[in-house]
Design a protein around this ligand. Structure first.
Ligand SMILES: [Zn+2]
Length: 230
């Protein structure tokens, strides 16, 4: 995972987001969250134009695993999930789910990323969005909400465990690459991502095990300059 700089909100999203959010609020006021009518409003955040901006900003790579990803088959992904947030550690029970989070961020530019289908699937990030121990949880909104969205909650008070590739902190302050077996000759090393901090470890656990690609953020080549040469 490397840092992503999204740039300004794409024009199409900027003009469509208030209208789409208004529809979602109307559905929420009638049917609540989660609900099928609200889920049916989750369209339009991943237009080709919006995805193209993310794709370019991310150098054609998945925000999570950094694998080069086919534009047409990959989704626009939400950092904070739009259809309920799983808070428990992956594979740990009991499940702790906030089912009404974070539908109101479905069209928020700062919540969108380009990701590969694998990272977005149920075996990987899916709806996982754990918080750091002791973090406040933003309360889900309650109906009726004004349709202009003025009273929707801010997520600023939450301390997310999952690193945001486009967030305020550099993911590489929390993650590093280490050889799987440093007793081998260096030319034979393979690499694994490890957490340098609790957020780094939580991010690896949330995205689940599996392949992360180690890619230099400067040259865009794998196995370039970010190795922990121990
Ligand atoms: Zn991926």
């Amino acid at each position: 995972m490397i840092r992503v700089v999204r740039g300004p909100t794409p024009k199409g999203l900027k003009s469509a987001a208030p209208r789409r959010l208004r529809k979602a609020i109307e559905s929420f006021n009638k049917s609540g969250a989660p609900s099928a009518p609200l889920n049916a409003t989750f369209v339009g955040y991943g237009s080709t134009a919006t995805k193209q901006v993310l794709y370019s900003a991310q150098h054609g790579k998945c925000a999570w695993c950094e694998r080069r990803t086919d534009f047409s088959s990959a989704p626009v992904e939400h950092y904070r999930p739009k259809g309920g947030a799983s808070r428990h550690p992956r594979n740990n029970r009991p499940s702790v789910v906030d089912p009404a989070h974070y539908w109101w961020l479905a069209w928020d530019w700062t919540n969108l990323l380009f990701a590969c289908a694998r990272c977005n699937d149920a075996a990987h990030k899916a709806n996982y969005f754990p918080l750091l121990p002791g973090s406040a949880t933003v309360p889900a909104p309650t109906a009726p909400l004004p349709v202009d969205g003025a009273s929707l909650p801010s997520s600023n008070s939450e301390q997310a465990a999952l690193l945001d590739p486009a967030g305020a902190v550099n993911p590489l302050d929390h993650l590093e690459w280490a050889p799987v077996d440093s007793t081998q000759a260096m030319r034979d090393w393979t690499w694994q991502v490890v957490g340098r901090t609790p957020r780094g470890s939580a991010t690896i656990a949330t995205r689940s095990s599996g392949s992360w690609r180690r890619t230099c953020e400067i040259t865009q080549r794998p196995d370039c300059c970010r190795a922990s040469k121990k």
